[in-house]
Design a protein around this ligand. Structure first.
Ligand SMILES: *[C@@H]1O[C@H](CO)[C@@H](O)[C@H](O)[C@H]1NC(C)=O
Ligand SMILES: *[C@@H]1O[C@H](CO)[C@@H](O)[C@H](O)[C@H]1NC(C)=O
Ligand SMILES: *[C@@H]1O[C@H](CO)[C@@H](O)[C@H](O)[C@H]1NC(C)=O
Ligand SMILES: *[C@@H]1O[C@H](CO)[C@@H](O)[C@H](O)[C@H]1NC(C)=O
Ligand SMILES: *[C@@H]1O[C@H](CO)[C@@H](O)[C@H](O)[C@H]1NC(C)=O
Ligand SMILES: *[C@@H]1O[C@H](CO)[C@@H](O)[C@H](O)[C@H]1NC(C)=O
Ligand SMILES: [Zn+2]
Length: 665
């Protein structure tokens, strides 16, 4: 650990500081000492990538770190030096005016005892932020913050030597949210036949020429959420859970945190390319909005849609130009009302800026490819592939019409239709300048959270089918050779298959222990029944999907992290699972087995805190599939931020020392 200790304070304080550092409750995750540099130590940069630099000096008023009577040093100074050279003041180095001093107070809990006792530690802060600066020349930079007469915090940054020339004209980045190798293996078993152990057909993902491994660790915790992981993938800068496009600071304002430029802001500024985002989630959800969002809180849905369209409004910042294609769910942030920014009608706001607006599949497919296109097809997330294709009668249970009418959205596109349409729009609009498209299969994650393995795997197969169709599409428009296709995930869930379950025998047993004997392990797992047609249960959903979603012998699967729930296995034909529920008279966030979920199953006691209603993300590395220009760069094991640098290198996004490159900020 590079962080210097406070050597001016008494030994007892130094001892207690070492107790505090590295714990799960953090004063500010990226700042173990009382002087903070954001971006912190060990961060990497793309040459020319814009960012904000914040310094904070903390003065804990009370708690184990209490210091200096709670009075922060307001006279702190900071320097930057390149490759061991002469340090220069930040203002001089970046030719930036000296920013005003900011002050605020925040609170945090040091551990669970403090939470129970409701005794937060209070911290006073003095801070300065240098906004919208960039480092152009590759090399190693050392930033030194000096405070409390003699304390220093240093941050060593690396500006990577990356290409200024394009190797790929277009990039399509597919994200299977929460998707792991285990899930891909299970999806293959469901959809593809074997003969004597040999697969007769394969997933499209199985046919990718290059496979790598991505480590998802967040900047200040080893488990990540979809906000900070998306941010790492899109900007090359790790962040904190719930934060996107920023390094989380300690201030109360969720928008003033130091920002980093994202892939779509870069590609728009540097090449003027078209870009788009497609998701089966509500479009304000973390994975799609992290392309343009700069906030400490992913839950600011309305403002984030405004940022996607108009860019950051209240701080000087580079702009993505707005998406050329933006397709998904989440009408709540577009209909005028409590879910939209300032209560405005965002269908109208997008239309004013020249967008076609589609609220169903028919009008999406008819939208002109020459115009920017918005498509919002329902409230909340899109109903999953299984509902859209196997149990369409369930669609009528939703009141999710995107126009706000009290009706069900039934003319829904899937990931494939949205992605192919986005390619048409982006190819037309990007022309020779190319395009960047992010396409997310969101409900792999969402359905794994609720332990609905069938629905999660259905959406994974929809992703695979979409990738297959994308390759065909690119071939047909003559762009396959020009396009880098990357398929990866943002994090995983601890899912795997460990046998089969005889649903008939399981339902016939009376007690939990005998029900478990319905599970066949090793040789009793048998063969996949999902690829075998049965009279009356053939759903005819196409070559890349199971022919029978409801066989007697189903996969027995599970997650490492569960709420209390009941496991009966087999597809739930009435809609997505709700595994855990609260009990009347007990706490409002105290979850037990949901008595109406999988009623023929046996009880599995949870492994999670009792306030978790769903499964949670897990630590696993996630796969990276690559094909096209630069594909060879994606093999091996690397961090999530490296994925950004590999894509940026392939797109020639480094500004290098060429400050004359046109800057349309
Ligand atoms: C520094 O900034 C000022 C105004 O912001 C500008 O006039 C001047 O040219 C800049 N100097 C350099 C060396 O970039
Ligand atoms: C710190 O002070 C605040 C009030 O100023 C109090 O609420 C809190 O419990 C104190 N925390 C500790 C750890 O003593
Ligand atoms: C900054 O803009 C966001 C919307 O992007 C808004 O919610 C927030 O209130 C603004 N903050 C300030 C200080 O104006
Ligand atoms: C689809 O949207 C168009 C345009 O808003 C509308 O005219 C049409 O009736 C809609 N179709 C369906 C099936 O809802
Ligand atoms: C689940 O835990 C409860 C106590 O919380 C216990 O009474 C019950 O026997 C457990 N059930 C199983 C199947 O382990
Ligand atoms: C620098 O930018 C100019 C203007 O856009 C361009 O003509 C030149 O090729 C660039 N040089 C390099 C080395 O990228
Ligand atoms: Zn998730």
């Amino acid at each position: 650990m590079l962080s210097p200790r406070l050597n001016v304070v008494a030994a007892c304080l130094a001892a207690s500081l070492s107790v505090v550092s590295g714990q799960t409750f953090q004063r500010l995750g990226t700042c173990p000492t009382l002087g903070c540099v954001l971006p912190p130590d060990q961060q990497d940069f793309l040459p020319g990538q814009q960012f904000d630099l914040r310094f904070e000096v903390h003065a804990p008023v009370n708690g184990s770190e209490a210091f200096n009577g709670g009075v922060p040093d307001e006279k702190f100074t900071a320097t930057i030096a390149k490759d061991g050279g002469q340090p220069k003041s930040i203002a001089a180095f970046f030719n930036h005016t000296e920013p005003a001093l900011e002050k605020w107070t925040f609170q945090w809990y040091e551990d669970l005892f403090a939470v129970d006792a409701k005794t937060p530690s209070v911290v006073n802060v003095a801070s300065k932020i240098y906004r919208r600066i960039a480092l152009y020349e590759p090399g190693s930079y050392t930033v030194t913050l000096k405070y409390y007469s003699g304390e220093t915090t240093t941050a060593t940054w690396t500006v990577r030597p990356l290409a200024t020339q394009k190797k790929a004209k277009n990039v399509i980045f597919f994200i299977g949210d929460g998707m792991t190798t285990n899930m891909i293996t299970a999806a293959r078993l469901l959809a593809h036949k074997t003969v004597n152990g040999k697969y007769q057909s394969l997933l499209q993902l199985d046919k990718f020429p290059v496979l790598g491994h991505q480590m998802t660790h967040s900047i200040d915790s080893f488990l990540t959420d979809s906000a900070n992981s998306a941010s790492a993938l899109y900007s090359g800068h790790k962040s904190t859970v719930n934060a996107m496009g920023v390094y989380a600071d300690s201030s109360p304002d969720a928008y003033d945190d130091p920002k980093v430029e994202t892939i779509v802001e870069l590609i728009h500024r540097i090449w003027g390319s078209a870009w788009g985002a497609v998701s089966t989630a509500f479009i304000a959800d973390a994975t799609p909005t992290a392309l343009t969002a700069h906030t400490r809180s992913r839950y600011n849905y309305g403002p984030l849609i405004d940022q996607a369209l108009n860019g950051v409004q209240n701080y000087s910042w580079t702009n993505s130009g707005g998406p050329d294609a933006y397709f998904g769910g989440g009408a709540e942030q577009f209909l005028p009302g409590s879910g939209s920014y300032l209560g405005k009608d965002y269908y109208a706001e997008f239309a004013k800026k020249g967008y076609s607006v589609s609220l169903n599949k028919t009008s999406l497919l008819a939208a002109p490819n020459t115009q920017k296109a918005l498509g919002i097809f329902c409230k909340s997330n899109l109903p999953v592939w299984l509902e859209r294709n196997v149990f369409p009668e369930n669609l009528k249970k939703f009141t999710n019409d995107p126009s706000g009418a009290k009706a069900s959205a039934t003319d829904l596109p899937g990931l494939k239709e949205m992605t192919l349409k986005a390619i048409d729009v982006l190819h037309t609009r990007g022309g020779e300048k190319g395009f960047f498209l992010m396409s997310e299969a969101a409900s792999i994650d969402k359905q794994m959270h609720v332990l609905d393995y069938d629905r999660a795997l259905g959406d994974l197969l929809e992703l695979d089918d979409t990738v297959r169709a994308t390759i065909e599409k690119l071939k047909s428009i003559g762009e396959l050779e020009n396009t880098l296709i990357v398929v990866s995930a943002d994090h995983g869930h601890g899912f795997d298959v460990f046998g089969s379950a005889d649903t008939k025998y399981l339902a016939a047993q009376k007690d939990d222990r005998t029900k478990r004997n319905a599970i066949g392990v090793y040789q009793n797992s048998g063969l996949s029944q999902y690829t075998v047609e049965h009279p009356g249960t053939s759903y005819g959903t196409g070559a890349n999907f199971p022919v029978n979603w409801d066989p007697r012998y189903v996969i027995a699967a599970g997650l490492g992290a569960n709420p209390d729930h009941r496991e009966g296995y087999g597809v739930d034909k009435t809609g997505p699972r709700v595994p855990a529920a609260t009990i009347a008279g007990k706490g409002s966030s105290d979850y037990y087995v949901n008595p109406t979920d999988q009623p023929s199953g046996f009880v599995v006691n949870g492994t999670l805190p009792t306030n978790e209603a769903q499964g949670v993300h897990s630590l696993t590395d996630v796969p990276v599939f690559a094909m096209g220009p630069c594909q060879g760069d994606f093999s091996g094991t690397f961090g999530n931020v490296d994925l950004f640098y590999k894509i940026a290198d392939c797109l020639g996004l480094a500004h290098g020392t060429n400050k004359t490159r046109p800057c349309v900020a």
